[in-house]
Each structure stands twice: as structure tokens, then as C-alpha cells.
Design a protein around this ligand. Structure first.
Ligand code: ADP
Ligand code: MG
Ligand code: ZN
Length: 608
């Protein structure tokens, strides 16, 4: 509850400043008002003035004598030390004018009261007002009207995004175009009796353009666009989330037709689970959201968009028809989609002519829109770094590698011996890949280390887009992954830690073959694992008995073992080529797929 803390902070600031102010008033200003207008002087001066007869008042105290002198109508008070002067009283009595023990000018009681009490209070009220105004500004409204929503109204000019900015994602765009059309001519839909879905939920992995799509809708729709992120609901005062939802929908109803966009809706829309976790607040917010979505009239033209990358964690009540009944997938882009996204973003930079975007798209299978946008930007940065005015193909190709594997570590010192091992390792991968027919062609091999920790890598690029993975391809891929280690074993008769990433990937794939793809010999079509987090990393959880889990491990081990043996066999059959290619790579550090294939096919004998 950030604002709760804010409030307390303000009160503490207020109390401290009141305290300081009062102290200052009393210490600095009061003495000024009650400024002693009494001059210190000596006793003989007093006696002189008495003799001159211009003393008008005298007050004798225990230790001092105060007196007032009047010269030409001007009064001045003095004080002096009291002397043992027994004749004083008589002398004073003789001078009839002198008034005894009169109180000298009283301090100005009224002024003292004003300065000591009224002024601080007035100042404190002023400070309080200033503080509250500052606070309410930060809260985006009047501090006293708790419960105002933070939803910003977007109008066309502000997001500046249109559907033209979103490449690929054609299904998502189609669904959204319909919504935009409904907002423009609701009559067309009302005539036939159709009512539009109240809510649409954009789901997909991070960086696939969900937020971008919503902004594009705002740009196209030309209607008010309220946008709020789920976390903004949650951060408010206790009980405020619900109030904010109510408020948001009230505003939306006034502005209809309009669009309400809730980004990262999973923060409020999480499943309400049985265990009492004490997160009542979130539950109230969710309940309010459910009620509001039921409450408003579908024909009015309030459309609710929401985005999330964790749809499986959303409360089922939120997903039932009448609420977010339409699900718009924003999937990772396919080959055509990637090419389109690259082109959209390339419009923002200056490039040489005839850039082959298709080649870049093929090399970036599995990349999200955000990553592709990043690749384009990296390439422009690289062009600047190299002092060029236009981005060329090699900039783009290098940026793909930067985004995949990090920057080149040019000054990493690697001993010759280790370089040799790395070269054999990479050629091992490439050779095993090239010698199997179910494997993607080798695109590039490099032994320049990268900041990601990779000491070298072999890039394989498929010719076209693949949607299915056959068992043969999976096995070929595992064999390719074990190829690096196999080469080390074959040539150096030992192994290194360099294969750790290969091992991880091979295991993951072999495991998926057994538990999810039904590609193993001993299990039938049984789902032994379920994916729990489809869009965020794809974590899985086992759904089987411990005995079966042990069997799965055996099965995975067998698959990898067989593939490993297969790789060793391929390499030992082509050991001459392995030596030749490794020497070439060691010399060049980076070789292309064509160079690789040229050497491989140089002598007919090597092609088997
Ligand atoms: P998320 O799905 O995580 O909300 P965003 O919409 O924030 O992703 O996308 C992040 C960035 O990635 C966008 O600003 C845009 O530059 C780029 N991007 C993602 N998908 C696309 C796409 N389909 N077309 C063009 N750019 C895209
Ligand atoms: Mg987003
Ligand atoms: Zn490797």
C-alpha cells in the first residue's frame, strides 16, 4: 500500500515542521519583539542624571536599578547595578517628579500572543495545504476523493499507433478490426441482433505485441481509450482496488462508446484458491471486476480489452462467456511474420538497398517481435560504430548473433590448446548435422567467444518454416547436440565442461520426446508431464508415479546414449574431414555454411 505509506509520511513531515516552526518562532522572533530597549549603564551615570533632574521613573530591585530618563520628550530606559547607597531613597523622594517602582513598559502582550500562537497556526495551515496539494497531485487527483481511478484517457494522437505498426499477427488484427468496426457503426450489428463480445483477452508470450495491439486499436478506433495496468489496481489503499474498478467503469459508461484496456490482467485476475492467503484485497478487486463486467449494457459500446501472458492462471469466472469470452492469441511470429516485423521496424532506420530480410527471418526462428525490433536497432548501432551511414546485411546478421549469443568478446584470451578443442567441438556438431538427412543445414560456425559465455557455436538455419517435429528429426537433433562432445572424446580422448549447454538441450528434448510427444518405445501415448506455464518458459510438472519417473529417466538416458553413439560413429567414419575442417576453422575463426560444405564435398570419397 504505497499511498498509505505516503500519507503517514506526510503527517510525519507535518508534525516535524510544526515543531521546528514553533521553536523558531519562540527562539528567534520573540526576542526581537521583546527587544530589551533598556541600556546598561553605570551608577555614576544614574547619579548624574538624577542631579540633572531628568529621571522620571525609578525601580529599585534586589540587584539592579532601572530608571527612565526623559530628555527633550524622548524617553530612554537604563539599568545599572545596585550600589549600597542608603541615601538614595531620600534623594529620590526629594525630587518630587520621580515615580517609584512603576512597571516599565510592559511587553506587548497582544503582539506576543499573535506571534507566539496565531502566526504559527496560520503558517501550519498553509503548510498543510501545500503538502496535501503536492500529495494529491502525485495521486493523480484530489487527495480527499479517494477512489478516483488512474486510468488515463488516450485519444488517437497520443498513442500514435495504428494496425500498420503491427506486422504479422493477422488473426489478432482481424478480431480487433471487428471490434473497432463495431465501435464505429454499432447500428450495423444491432440490426441483425448481434451483440459484440464484452471483453477480449490478448494472450501470448512476452514481446509478441499485445500492448502494441491494444494501442493500435486505440489509434484506429477514434474513441476514448482508458488504459490501466493490473498492478496499478493493486498498489492502491486497502479496499481501493474495488473502488477503482467501480470508478473506472463509471467513467467508461459516461464516455461510451469507448475501450477499456487492462494490461497484465493476471495481477488482479488470478484464480481464487481455497487456501486463505490473506489477499482479500485482490479478491475484492476481482469480484468487483466480475460484477462490473456483468453489469454494463453490451449494446452501449464499452469494450474491454485485457492482456496477459499467463492465461492459465486467470480465474475461470473471468473467462466465461459474457466476460472475457473472446481470446485473441498473439503467438510468436512465423517466418512470414518475422520478415514483416523486420520490415516494419527497418522503416525507422536507413538501410542499404536489397537487404535480404528473409535470410534474417530464417535465422531467427522462435524470436518474438520485441527481439526482432531489438535486432534492427542493434544493427543500426553497429553501423554507427563502424562509421557507416547505412545499415547493411552483415550488420543485421551480426546483430542476430548479438541478440542470440551476446557480443563478441574480442579480447578474451584463450590458449591455443583450448581453441583447438573448441574448434573440434564445433566441427563435431556441424559434421554430425551435415551427415544426417533429417537435420537443418549448417549456416555458420564460429569460435569467437561471446559475452553470453558461449565459446563458439554452430548455427543451423532451416530452409522454410517447420511446424511439426518428426521423431527422426528429434533424434537427429539430439545426435547433433552430442556431436561436440563426441569430437572431443574421439580426438583428445577426454571431455570438457564446454558441452554443458548441449547436454541441457539434449536432455530437454529427449525428455519431451518421452513424456509429452509419445516418441519412446516403452510408453504409449501417455502424457507424463503437463506444461504449466505455456508462455513463460514452458515449465512442466510431472504427472506420474515415482516408479514411472525412474523409468522416464532410464528412457531419456537411452535415447541420448544411442544418439551419442550414433554421433561418434558418424565422426569416426569422417575423421579426415573432421581434422581438415577443424584446422580450417581454427585458422579462420568464423566460416560460413558454404565454405563448410565446399570442404566437405571436395573429394568424392568423403561424401560416402
Ligand atoms: P507484449 O506482448 O509483451 O505486451 P509489446 O506489445 O510491449 O509486447 O511489444 C514490445 C515491442 O516489440 C513493441 O513496442 C514493438 O516494437 C515490438 N513488436 C512486438 N510485436 C510486434 C509486431 N507484431 N509488429 C511490430 N512490432 C512488434
Ligand atoms: Mg505488454
Ligand atoms: Zn556444443
Amino acid at each position: 500500500m504505497k499511498n498509505d505509506k505516503n500519507y503517514t509520511k506526510h503527517i510525519i513531515v507535518f508534525i516535524i515542521s510544526s515543531f521546528v516552526l514553533t521553536l523558531m518562532m519562540n527562539a528567534l522572533i520573540m526576542p526581537l519583539i521583546n527587544k530589551p530597549r533598556v541600556k546598561e549603564t553605570n551608577y555614576s551615570f544614574f547619579l548624574d542624571k538624577l542631579d540633572e533632574g531628568c529621571v522620571t521613573k525609578v525601580k529599585v530591585e534586589d540587584t539592579e536599578v532601572r530608571f527612565e530618563v526623559e530628555i527633550d520628550g524622548k524617553k530612554q530606559s537604563y539599568s545599572t547595578g545596585r550600589m549600597d547607597d542608603p541615601g538614595l531613597v531620600d534623594r529620590l523622594r526629594k525630587n518630587g517628579k520621580i515615580v517609584f517602582t512603576e512597571n516599565f513598559e510592559k511587553p506587548n502582550v497582544l503582539l506576543e500572543f499573535l506571534v507566539g500562537w496565531v502566526l504559527p497556526i496560520v503558517l501550519l495551515i498553509v503548510i498543510w495545504n501545500v503538502l496535501m496539494r503536492g500529495m494529491s497531485k502525485r495521486m493523480g487527483g484530489n487527495a480527499m476523493s479517494f477512489g478516483k481511478s488512474n486510468a488515463k484517457i488516450y485519444v488517437k494522437a497520443q498513442t500514435g499507433k495504428t494496425f500498420a505498426d503491427v506486422a504479422g499477427q493477422d488473426e489478432a488484427k482481424e478480431a480487433l478490426v471487428e471490434i473497432v468496426d463495431f465501435l464505429h457503426n454499432p447500428g450495423k450489428y444491432a440490426e441483425i441482433g448481434a451483440s459484440l463480445p464484452k471483453g477480449a483477452l490478448l494472450v501470448g508470450p512476452p514481446g509478441t505485441g499485445k500492448t502494441l495491439l491494444a494501442q493500435a486499436v486505440a489509434g484506429e478506433a477514434n474513441v476514448p481509450f482508458f488504459s490501466i495496468s493490473g498492478s496499478e489496481f493493486v498498489e492502491m489503499f486497502v479496499g481501493m482496488g474495488a473502488a477503482k474498478v467501480r470508478d473506472l467503469f463509471k467513467q467508461a459508461a459516461e464516455k461510451a462508446p469507448c475501450i477499456v484496456f487492462i494490461d497484465e490482467v493476471d495481477t488482479i485476475g488470478k484464480k481464487r484458491d481455497g487456501n486463505f492467503s490473506g489477499n482479500d484485497e485482490r479478491e475484492q478487486t476481482l469480484n468487483q471486476l466480475l460484477t462490473e463486467m456483468d453489469g454494463f449494457d453490451g449494446t452501449k459500446g464499452v469494450v474491454i480489452l485485457a492482456a496477459t501472458n499467463r492465461p492459465e492462471s486467470l480465474d475461470p469466472a473471468l473467462l466465461r462467456p459474457g466476460r472475457f469470452d473472446r481470446r485473441i492469441p498473439a503467438e510468436l511470429p512465423d517466418l512470414a511474420g518475422r520478415e514483416a516485423i523486420l520490415k516494419v521496424h527497418a522503416k525507422k532506420i536507413k538501410t542499404e538497398e536489397n537487404i535480404d530480410y528473409n535470410a534474417i527471418a530464417r535465422a531467427t526462428a522462435g524470436a518474438s517481435g520485441a527481439e526482432l525490433a531489438n535486432i534492427i536497432n542493434e544493427s543500426a548501432l553497429r553501423a554507427v560504430r563502424n562509421g557507416r551511414k547505412l545499415v547493411n546485411q552483415s550488420d543485421l546478421e551480426e546483430s542476430v548473433e548479438v541478440v542470440i549469443a551476446g557480443y563478441q568478446r574480442k579480447n578474451a584470451v584463450i590458449s591455443q590448446k583450448e581453441k583447438e578443442i573448441i574448434a573440434y567441438h564445433e566441427i563435431g556438431h556441424a559434421l554430425v548435422a551435415a551427415m544426417q538427412k533429417d537435420s537443418a543445414p549448417v549456416h555458420k560456425i564460429t569460435i569467437i567467444p561471446r559475452t553470453s559465455g558461449a565459446l563458439g557455436y554452430t548455427m543451423q538455419v532451416d530452409e522454410g518454416e517447420k511446424f511439426l517435429l518428426t521423431k527422426e528429426e528429434a533424434l537427429a537433433r539430439i545426435a547433433t547436440l552430442t556431436g561436440g562432445r563426441s569430437a572431443e572424446e574421439l580426438i583428445f580422448n577426454s571431455c570438457t565442461s564446454g558441452a554443458s549447454n548441449d547436454i541441457e538441450q539434449a536432455t530437454k528434448l529427449a525428455r519431451a520426446m518421452v513424456t509429452r510427444y509419445g516418441m519412446s518405445g516403452s510408453f504409449d501415448m501417455i502424457a507424463l508431464e503437463t506444461v504449466t506455464n505455456q508462455y513463460l518458459g514452458g515449465d512442466t510438472s510431472l504427472a506420474c508415479s515415482p516408479e514411472t519417473a525412474a523409468k522416464i529417466d532410464d528412457e531419456v538416458n537411452n535415447i541420448v546414449k544411442k544418439s551419442h553413439q550414433n554421433a561418434i560413429r558418424i565422426l569416426s567414419e569422417n575423421i579426415d574431414k573432421l581434422h581438415e575442417l577443424a584446422a580450417y576453422l581454427l585458422e579462420k575463426e568464423t566460416i560460413t555454411g558454404e565454405e563448410f560444405m565446399d570442404i566437405l564435398h571436395k573429394e568424392p570419397a568423403a561424401a560416402l
